[in-house]
Design a protein around this ligand. Sequence first.
Ligand SMILES: Nc1nc2c(ncn2[C@@H]2O[C@H](COP(=O)(O)OP(=O)(O)OP(=O)(O)O)[C@@H](O)[C@H]2O)c(=O)[nH]1
Length: 290
Amino acid sequence: MAESSWSLGRALRGMFVKPTIDETTWEDLETALLTADFGPDITERIVDELREKVERFRTTDPRDLQRMLKETLEEHFAKFDTTLRLTERPAVVLVVGVNGVGKTTTIGKFAKFLQRYGRSVVVGAADTFRAAAVDQLATWAERGGAAIVRPQHEGQDPASVAFQTIDYAKRTGTEIVLVDTAGRLHTKGGLMDELSKIRRVIEKQAPISEVLLVLDATTGQNGVMQAQAFLEHAGVTGLVLTKLDGSAKGGFVLAVQERTGIPVKLLGQGEGIGDLTGFTPHVFAASLVD
Ligand SMILES: Nc1nc2c(ncn2[C@@H]2O[C@H](COP(=O)(O)OP(=O)(O)OP(=O)(O)O)[C@@H](O)[C@H]2O)c(=O)[nH]1
């Protein structure tokens, strides 16, 4: 992974070329982690762990500390199982999240990502309220090489679109189903009721493999608060962090995993169709520190 704007590299570079670890090294490390949005608790824990390791290995070499930092971050990231579970056929993925976080874009990118692994994909436009939103999703589905099942009329019951999408996948042997869902309340019953109904209807036809919650990494902890209802009621199995290419900080990845207890499974790092990757703790830790 190329050095990103959120890499710790720049902040740490001066620190690791010094001849020896001293008190400023620790202060600089703490500042770098806080600046990168690890949050005070995780920052303190990481710094304590590293102090302990440096003492145990009796080293004063900043390059050892750099290696230890990478290992420690990787251990923390890897506490969660970040693998996508897509072995069912069809594998049904519900994509949920507040409007504007990058849900539509993510679905297109995810379709492309899966296509690169040779999987066939259909997208279900179960956010049926705005015709323009459906058209936008259709554009992204096409870019991602996926088929799309659209509502037949504006405001069609989202659950029936989800039903038709699974039905399409079964009839055509399409391997993966990505169901887009609404991000804001537009029915009387409320968003979570709508989601439960979608789930019930889908589960009569096929198990749901993943419920992915899309979060905008630039909104940090606020974004997590806005998504609280989804976290509490939607049975979320994985997080997708978008806009990690912008001003977002890499530490948020760990902070959000620890705060929600849910693994990050995909990272969006740009507006292009190819800008989505899986989350690999080893690769991510290296990209932060090197
Ligand atoms: N820089 C950057 N921009 C992104 C990324 N993902 C999405 N965006 C942008 O964020 C904006 C919102 O993305 P959408 O996919 O339309 O978001 P949505 O959640 O579907 O929003 P609604 O259509 O309002 O429901 C768009 O301008 C995207 O180009 C990303 O990873 N990086």
